[in-house]
Design a binder for this molecule. Structure first.
Ligand code: SF4
Length: 62
């Protein structure tokens, strides 16, 4: 699975990444996206996820 990083300083909580890939992302207590900590099987397209974020808050780690 791709390992994402969300810049919470930039995220506006639009929810696009979460609805596209709920296996990788979830809302935190402030309504922003965070990467789920548990390893999950995920077939999402990392570049699509990154490109679809309106504020470019998502990057790939590693
Ligand atoms: S798509 Fe971007 S702005 Fe929207 S919730 Fe995900 S990280 Fe935040």
């Amino acid at each position: 699975m791709s390992k994402f990083h969300v810049n919470k300083e930039v995220c506006i909580g639009c929810g696009t990444c979460i609805s596209t890939c709920p296996e990788c992302f979830e809302f935190d207590e402030e309504g922003k996206s965070q990467v789920k900590t548990e390893e999950t099987e995920c077939n999402c397209d990392a570049h699509e996820i990154i490109d679809d974020c309106p504020v470019r808050a998502i990057s790939l780690e590693g």
